[in-house]
Design a protein around this ligand. Structure first.
Ligand SMILES: C[S@@+](CC[C@H](N)C(=O)[O-])C[C@H]1O[C@@H](n2cnc3c(N)ncnc32)[C@H](O)[C@@H]1O
Length: 304
């Protein structure tokens, strides 16, 4: 029998514990994959980072134990060892665990450490990819990151090493290639130094650069500049939002639409999506943002 179009069905699962590293995407819950929704819908425990948006948290089933393991600024947080140990303990207790990570779990998401720890404990890990901040930024800028007339390489770098400083082993020669698009994650703090080093390495100061703040979220903001002016423009924004930086000739073209998203997109974002599962699993109702504050209050719950 065919299923109604707007219904997503999960298969009944046994009570053997399992774990999936799931990409939460950049913030807009509409960017969650169907596979991510399925994993969330059947989860007993969801360990989430602080970058996971309220909109995504709102689609998590209310019966799941929500465990915040993220670090905000220099505040208290769960260490990586504790997160690994918690996941292992939950799986061994027969729970279906989702480790919910912002963007894609395999891009600057510490997935490697978690996969290693779980595998070493004899636990098989499923990976559910997500939309990374880079893809959300490219969509917002309406820029093809690999436009064949302007870029033959796409490189992703971190602007923040494990010591908290700009990595000292970046390949500046590769970064100065005029036919490349460079995407910098975690680069806001050191953007001035990064841009200056690019110019020292041979990048034209007039080379286009952009920052997308809170990509895909209602608070999204785009800053267009050049390598010479980007740092000041970001500073002037006085924004505390998440920030992804892009540099390269692909940004020369602009396809700006209206400042406001089209009416069709706005109304789609408001409409609830029913996600129904077999009765023994759960039923999840996508709730518009207004309901998320109430839902978030439920998050302070004991681990299962
Ligand atoms: C620890 S990395 C996680 C990246 C994530 N795994 C991904 O694939 O997007 C955090 C960095 O991702 C970028 N980021 C994440 N979400 C973002 C968003 N919605 N808008 C802009 N940048 C974002 C920022 O550079 C932030 O400092």
């Amino acid at each position: 029998m065919s299923q109604p179009r707007n219904e997503i069905r999960t298969q009944s699962r046994s009570r053997v514990g399992s774990v999936a590293l799931v990409g939460a995407g950049p913030g807009d819950p509409d960017l969650l994959t169907v596979k991510a929704l399925r994993a969330l819908a059947s989860a007993d425990a969801i360990l989430f980072d602080h970058l996971v948006s309220d909109g995504v948290l709102a689609v998590c089933p209310r019966r799941a134990t929500m465990i915040s393991v993220g670090k905000i600024g220099h505040g208290a947080h769960c260490g990586q060892g504790e997160i690994n140990a918690l996941m292992i303990a939950l799986v061994r207790a027969g729970k279906r665990v989702v480790r919910l990570k912002a963007g894609d779990p395999m891009i600057f998401g510490r997935a490697g450490e978690e996969i290693e720890a779980l595998t070493a404990a004899g636990i098989e890990v499923e990976i559910v990819p997500g939309i990374s901040a880079m893809q959300a930024a490219a969509a917002s800028l309406k820029v093809s990151l690999t436009h064949r007339a302007r870029a033959r390489r796409l490189q992703l770098i971190t602007g923040h090493s494990h010591t908290g400083e700009i990595p000292d082993d970046l390949d500046w020669r590769a970064l100065s290639d005029p036919a490349t698009t460079t995407v910098v994650y975690m680069g806001k703090h050191w953007v001035g130094v990064l841009m200056a080093r690019l110019v020292e390495s041979g990048v034209e100061p007039s080379c286009p650069a952009a920052a997308v703040l809170d990509a895909s979220r209602s608070s999204e903001r785009i800053i267009r500049a050049t390598v010479a002016t980007l740092a000041k423009a970001i500073e002037a924004s006085k924004s505390a939002a998440q920030c992804i930086i892009l540099v390269g000739k692909v940004l020369e073209t602009r396809h700006d639409g209206p400042a406001e998203p089209a009416a069709a997109i706005r109304s789609r974002a408001r409409s609830p999506i029913a996600v129904s599962m077999p009765r023994e699993v759960a039923t999840v109702q996508w709730r518009p943002a207004s309901d998320t504050a109430k839902h978030r209050r439920r998050f302070v719950r004991e681990p299962v």
